[in-house]
Structures are given as C-alpha cells and as structure tokens.
Design a binder for this molecule. Structure first.
Ligand code: ATP
Length: 355
C-alpha cells in the first residue's frame, strides 16, 4: 500500500539550507528505491534570515501551517550578527520546542568507525547511547525574561514541574524498553532542590518499568564517565541545559557535531534536526557535514513508521542507517572529520550506498 508523508522543511540559516538539501536528496533517493514510499515536501522560511526580511524570526503563520504535515525537518537557526536588542541570539528552534510541547529531545550517539573517535581503542558500535533531553523547561525556563542592563545581578530559574518531569521520564523508560533496558538519570540532586525533585519523580516512576535497570549519575560525574567509559550507558534522561551540554560532549566522542542527529518529539508534533547550530564559521563554503541531518531524516522515517504504522517508512529508516554505516566503513569524510568531501559529495556517497 502506498504511504505518502507530508514533510514541512525549515532549512533556516547558515549551513541549515545546505545540510537540509542533502537530507532531502537522500529522502528522494530512498523514495525512488521503495515504490510504496512518497513524500510531499513544502518549504517555509523561519530564522534569522526571515527576521531580516520580514521582522519576525518565527512568523505566527507557521503554527497554522504545521498541522497539515506529518513531520518537520529543520536545518539550523540563528546568525551571530542578528540579535534582539538585549543581545541574545534569535532561537526560533527553541521557541518551536516550547510552543509545540516537544518535550523529548532525543540525541543518539553512535560510533560508525573507530578512527573517528578521539577515544583510544573504540571500534564501530562500541559507543551507542541515547540522551533524552527535557526540552520545554529546566534551566531554559526563564530564558525570555527581560534583563535590566543596569542591574548588578541576573538570575535564571531551573523549573521542574511534576507534569513536565513525569512525561519525559516515562518516555525515556519506554525508549529504554526498546533498547538495552538501562536508564540513567543525570541530575545534580546533591546540590539543587529542583534536581532533588526531578530524582524523586524518577524514583517514583521506575517501579512501573521493572525490566529496566535504573540508576542515577550526577551531571559532573557524567561528563567524566562519558569520556572514560561511554560504553557503559544505554539511555540517559536529563533536564534541558544539562542535556544541551552533554549532547555536544557526546557528539565529540563520535566525530563532532556533524555526526549528531536529533529528534524533538511531543505527543502531537515532531521536528527532526541535527544537534548542531548554523555554524556561521563555515556557512556558505559548501563544506558542512550533512550526515547529522541525513540521520535525523532517518529518525523521522522511523518515527513516522511507528506512529502511522508505515512499513515502507520503517524500511526507509533502516536503509538510511545502513547506508551511513557503509559509507563510514570506508574513508569518505567531510573536512570537519579530516577528509576532503564537500557537503554535496557526502550526500552523493550516502545516496550511492542506499540499498
Ligand atoms: P548552537 O548554539 O545553535 O547549537 P553553536 O554556535 O554552539 O550553535 P554550532 O553551530 O553547532 O555551534 O557549531 C559548533 C562548531 O561545530 C563550529 O566550529 C562549527 O563549524 C562546527 N560544526 C557544526 N555543525 C557542523 C557540520 N554539520 N559540519 C561541520 N562542522 C560543523
């Protein structure tokens, strides 16, 4: 039976359009190989570039458009020179997570080739964990609060609500059930009351999933363990800011930001995007690594397949994952990983490996 998925594309700023274009080419190539699979894609402009054109980085109209789509693929948002009057960068990708209640930030980390890790003696598959970042509250909760430029103090609030914690922790347990059945809570419960509350809720929910081995690690210790023994982790769940920081550390273990896909999932909507930002230092040079975005497109197919029971979408997800694995057994790499491939050539390599 034919499966047609409507995909909204938000390429955004900096390297966003380049990496999105490669992911789109890969999706089209997958659809050409799986006759039952079809995509209808439509592009929308949001981000710093949209602000420069029309005065709003996240036009309200996007919220009436997105319900027409099954999923969204996003490139990257923000430009260092385009800021609000208080000096903060525009981050419509973060606004979208909050507005659409995309509370599960899924960041998988997988090592495709031992040579791509700065860690000694690791081979393909040795590093394989998934970080679930709470993406609607935590230390980001007061990020939009005004700051008095003349004041001698500034504060941010670490907000943990029962409802917010319960939904992300339950989702993390459910994900752990589908993987190696191990879930680690990353917190700072020894110092911060908000984190002690987060841990309390985690411990209340853990008995609902007796098959999952649940434990806790403080966030500072987790930074150490991820470098010393990343192979001992399966699924981790943490608050927004800790997740932001640890996911960059995690990316560094497997080749950098260009290898780190992500999915922002809610009960109604889902947005798939690389974990990296708009990388202004290499924007417009055609050298960005598109693999994170291509893998995010693969996560999108997996999610669509699960949610809408689409067998063709699930096959497409496996096809993308296998193609990336095949490419990385060889020496094809973009510049960020010590190679010489352009963004387009890496897209070509993945497409050639689809089978
Ligand atoms: P944000 O805060 O939006 O996550 P950032 O400014 O912290 O963004 P990134 O844009 O993710 O950071 O870039 C961090 C570094 O990683 C930069 O040196 C950038 O060039 C590099 N980088 C990020 N993404 C890629 C990519 N796809 N290919 C190659 N290099 C990348």
């Amino acid at each position: 039976m034919a499966e047609t998925y409507r995909i909204a594309l938000l390429p955004g700023d900096g390297i966003g359009p380049d990496v999105t274009a490669e992911a789109v080419r890969v999706l089209q190539a997958v659809a050409a190989k799986i006759p039952e699979l079809r995509f209808e894609m439509e592009e929308f402009s949001i981000g710093a570039g949209e602000f420069l054109k029309n005065g709003d980085p996240l036009p309200e109209s996007i919220f009436t458009e997105l319900p027409r789509f099954d999923a969204t693929l996003l490139g990257a948002m923000g430009m260092p020179g385009v800021r609000w009057p208080d000096g903060k960068e525009m981050t419509p990708q973060v606004d979208l997570r909050e507005r659409l209640a995309l509370y599960q930030g899924l960041r998988p980390t997988y090592l495709y080739h031992g040579d791509d890790s700065p860690l000694k003696g690791r081979k393909a598959g040795d590093i394989d964990f998934l970080l679930v970042r709470e993406s609607t509250e935590g230390l980001f909760s007061t990020r939009l609060a005004p700051r008095d430029p003349k004041a001698d103090r500034a504060t941010d609030t670490m907000l943990i609500t029962r409802a917010g914690a319960e939904r992300v922790i339950r989702a993390a347990f459910q994900i752990a059930m589908k993987r190696r059945k191990k879930l680690t809570l990353v917190d700072k419960a020894n110092v911060l009351p908000s984190m002690a509350f987060f841990r309390q809720i985690f411990d209340e929910i853990a008995p609902e999933f007796p098959e999952v081995k649940a434990d806790h690690v403080y966030v500072d210790a987790m930074a150490l363990y991820l470098v010393q023994r990343p192979e001992s982790f399966d699924v981790m769940v943490t608050e927004n800011m800790f997740g932001d920081i640890l996911s960059d550390l995690a990316a560094a273990l497997v080749g950098g930001m260009g290898m780190s896909p992500s999915a922002d999932i809610g009960d109604q909507y889902a947005i798939f995007q690389p974990s990296h930002g708009s990388a202004p230092d290499i924007a417009g040079m055609g050298i960005a690594n598109p693999v994170a975005t291509i893998l995010s497109a693969g996560m999108m197919l997996e999610w669509l397949g699960e949610k809408l029971r689409g067998e063709a979408a699930k096959r497409g997800a496996v096809m993308i994952e296998n193609a990336v694995r095949k490419v990385f057994t060889g020496t094809a790499r973009t510049r960020d990983m010590g190679g010489s491939l352009t963004t387009g050539q890496m897209g070509d390599a993945v497409i050639a490996a689809l089978e």
